[in-house]
Design a protein around this ligand. Sequence first.
Ligand code: SAH
Length: 626
Amino acid sequence: MSVFTAFEPLAAIAVTPTGIAALRPFCLAAGIKLWVPESIVQPDCQSFSGSLRSLLPDLWQTHRGIVFCLATGAVVRLIAPLLKDKGTDPAIVVVDENRQFAISLCSGHQGGAENLTRLVAEQSGATPILTGASTRAELPGIDVLGVSFGWRKGEGDWTGVSAATARGETIQVIQEAGSTLWQEHLPAQHPFNFDVDYSERPAARIWISPIQRRFSPESDFPKVQWHPRVLWIGIGCERGTSSRLIASAIDRTCRAHHLSESAIAGIASIDLKADEVGLLEFCRDRNLPLRCFSSEHLRSIEVPNPSAIVAAEVGTPSVAEAAAILAARPDTQHPTPDTLLRVKKQIVREEGEAGAVTIAIAQSQQELIDRTGQLWLIGTGPGAIEQITPAARSAIAQADVVIGYSLYVDLVSPLLRPGQIVETSPITQERQRGDRAIDLAQWGLTVAVISSGDCGIYGMAGLVMEQLQQRGWDGKSPKVQVFPGITALQAAAARVGAPLMHDFCAISLSDLLTPWSVIEKRLTAAAAADFVTAIYNPRSQTRTQQIATAREIFLQHRKSDTPVALVRSVYRPDEQIMLTTLGELDVEAIDMLTVVLIGNQSTRQHGDWLITPRGYLGFGEESSPA
Ligand code: SAH
């Protein structure tokens, strides 16, 4: 299951049959390799021979997370010799054999052990044990602040700043680049101060900037720096220029302008250079994207240093400056080049090295995240939190962003995690919600769009996928996953017994997007075919006639004593259930929070229950499996 994607490769280890039984179900469901001793190996497990101590160093090197089912003490002893750095060590989670607890043991923030622990706990029904300081304070950890946005951690006293946060001291934040979305979604009591007053000595400071700052060890308060990836390096070079010269030109230019190489988003050039060996090699070595533009496109950009010679050679007066600006420029805006260009064209040559590199650096408004974004379309069930599937719960807890109608987001608020971006909007703004979710996912974030019930039944899933299609989606990026939920008709049926036991259908009476003539035709067909029928969107304040007409249509095909259930706000605190008949149906009692279940000709009421026989021939006569 790909809610674990962020932690892959992920391994699990159990050394007893009970331990295997504890981890195996969720390992199987999530495609996680479960390592077990040769002597007790079981199907779908990976066996190891010899001691666990000799297996571990390999797993440690190659995995981002390891889940143990073993005593905490034993795990501590096993991993102690391998611990190096909380930035690179894998996330370690320990689960007990009874699956009562999942403990985040180490690499909590950076390694994501706390998130992994929440996930494992969700999947195995355990209680997560998290002891990180900012978990207590309901704050995103300082050392994970920019992870969703692809920011890179720079130099600084990370322990010092984290400690100041844990002590509840005020942390000054100076953000010069990158998204400020995170600032808008902090808890009311947060320690950050964004109004910079240089005359006051803060307890700690966070810089968010492409600038590479050197902090003096004598400084009297701790400082750290995050680098959002906003720098686009425009490169022009002679044929055959080596990757070494390109690297050296970039390094020197960045250093001369105090720019951090961690803030580099990518390299930009002219399409003639798309096969330039040195350039490709450099991009591969540094894992940077290369964006190439045509000479026509480059020609359209106004630059400070156009060159007639270059124009005569390649058809545009600028490669480095124009390409940097184009790469840094959002498609929709046209800011003046001056505001974007951080470093104007420089030409770098080196003694004894063939070729020359022209370099310019532009800064983009929006940082590069450099991940395939995810769109998770999630059904949250009818209302109560325990009616949400474990997969949907994990996904909600895991997403960078949660978007939904405010009422539904409130319902899932216990699942939300510190640092998550939560955007709510009024019920009517579905299209805007869809567009916003797609924008953020295209940027590289993991976005959960939530709908009540099932999101693919009169919910957001269809709308978002239609919008994606209109926007030229390739079906892959952003990656879409749909998480099913319990829809209103199932929830309502469960509360009144077993009314859906035979063939049934759902019809929405909302004629906002469907012509009434079509709805009427379907009502007639459903009534005539004796389907048990669930009516969604039955009646709003202004749309009152439809349900009366629906009743008349059903009365033409079914007896007036046909049982009907009006189920309002099912599984919510104000739930109301009313059993009636087609003949006595009071349409005034119905509103938009109601789903109406109309029985078929065999449905009967028994006390407070509705029962539709499994077969028309009577109970038990058909021997299909339950
Ligand atoms: N995606 C939702 C349906 C949204 S359409 C689902 O799968 O359930 C909105 C309609 O659904 C409402 O007008 C009502 O008819 C029905 N509905 C949704 N939640 C409900 C609830 N908790 N109780 C009763 N009806 C509900």
